[in-house]
Design a protein around this ligand. Sequence first.
Ligand code: AMP
Length: 414
Amino acid sequence: MHDVFGSQYEYFEKIREVVSRNAKIYGFKGIETPIIEDTEVFTRGVGKHTDIVEKEMYTFKTKGGESVSLRPEGTAPIVRAYIEHGLHTKPQPVKFFYFAPFFRYERPQAERYRQFWQFGFEAIGKGNSIVDAQIIIITYNILKELGIDGVLVEINNMGDEKCREDYKKALKKYLKKEATSLCLDCKKRAIKNPLRVLDCKKCIRVKERAPQIVDYICKGCRDDFRLVLEFLEEVGVPYDLNPFLVRGLDYYSGTVCEFFVPQRGEEKNLAVGGGGRYDGLSALLGDEQRPATGVAVGVERVVSLIKENGFNEKEKPEVFIAQLGDLAKKKSLKIFEELKKEGVLVTESFGQDSLKGQMSRANTLGVQITLIIGKEEAVEDRLILRDMDSGEQEKIETNEIVKEIKKRIKKIKK
Ligand code: AMP
C-alpha cells in the first residue's frame, strides 16, 4: 500500500478532473460505494474460482459475525447499488463513473499495489453495441487527453451464456487431453474455471493450440461484435483482435477489452485497464438479468505513463448531438468523434431514445448549438443545426458540419 502526496497527489487530482469532465460529456454520473461490502457481493458477483476471490481478497469477520471484504473491484458493488436502489425504474442505461481505491492481496511487484486506485465507467440496464463501443472510446479519449500516446485496445467477444457454455465444454475437453502439459494452477483451473487457463502466462503453448471462442459464438453475438468494431473503426480507435482475451472474472460476456500502452525502454506493453459486457452479473447478485457494460483503469499506471508527458486542457460542452433511430445513432457517433477531434466540446445522450428527453438535456447543459439527426436526416446524410439562443434551425450537409460548427463557435466566442 502506498501514500499519495506531493506530485503524485497532483497527478491524481488532474486525472480525476479529466475523468469527471469527460464522464459528464458522455452522460455518466458519479458514484461512491462503501469500501467494505458483504463478502457475498464478490463471491457471487466476481466468482468463487477467480484469483481475486480465491487469493486476493481482504476478508474478515465483523464484531457482529458477518463476513465482509474490502472491495477488490468496482463493478459488483455498483451493480449491488443499482439493485438495492431500484435503479431499473430510471431511464436506462444508468451510467455511472467512479474514481476510488481498491484492495487486493497481491504479491507486491512493480506497478502492483495492495491498495490501488481505479477510475471506471459502468452503463447498466440497457446494452447495445454502441454503449460497448462508447465505453471503449471514452477511455481511449481520456488516456489521449492525459497525453498518453500509442494506446492500443485488445478486443474479443466471449459470447453470451449459451455460446460460452458450448465453448467451455470444448475447451475442457481439449484441456483434459493436454493435462500433463499444464502448470499446477491450470490443472485446477481446467476443471473449475477453464477460461482462466487462457490468461495463464506459463501455459502459452497449450493455449496457442486451444479452440478459439470466435468459432463458437452465435450469429447474434457475431453481429453485435462486428458493430462494435465498426464503431471503433469509424472513430479511429486502434484495436487488435485477441481471440484469447477472456478477462479473469466470471461476470464477463460479449465484448471484452483491455488497454495497453508501450513503455519507454521496455519490451512489454503496460496493461492500464480493461472491461467489457457483463449481462449476467445482476442475476448473480439476485436480480433479473440486465444488460451492462463497463471498464476500469489503473490510476497509478496512468500516473507512471503521464509523468513524462503534459496534459491537454479542455472546458465545458458547447454542442449537443440528439439522434433518433439506429442509423442516426451510428452517424451521430461518428460526428461526435469528429467534432471532439477538432477540439469542439461536444456532448450527447445516446442512451436516451426520446428526442424530447434529449432536447431537454441539451437545454439543461446550456449548450449553444444542438445537432439533430432524425431518421429522415440520417438517410439524406444531412442534419438539423439548432441555435439554442435564437431557436433557429437549418439543415446542413453532414460533410459540412465540422466546418460550420467551428465557424459558429468562433463567432459566438467573439
Ligand atoms: P482489473 O480490474 O484487474 O481488470 O484491472 C484493471 C486495471 O487496474 C489494470 O489494467 C491495472 O492498470 C489496474 N490494477 C489492477 N490491479 C492492480 C494493482 N494491484 N496495483 C495497481 N494497479 C492495478
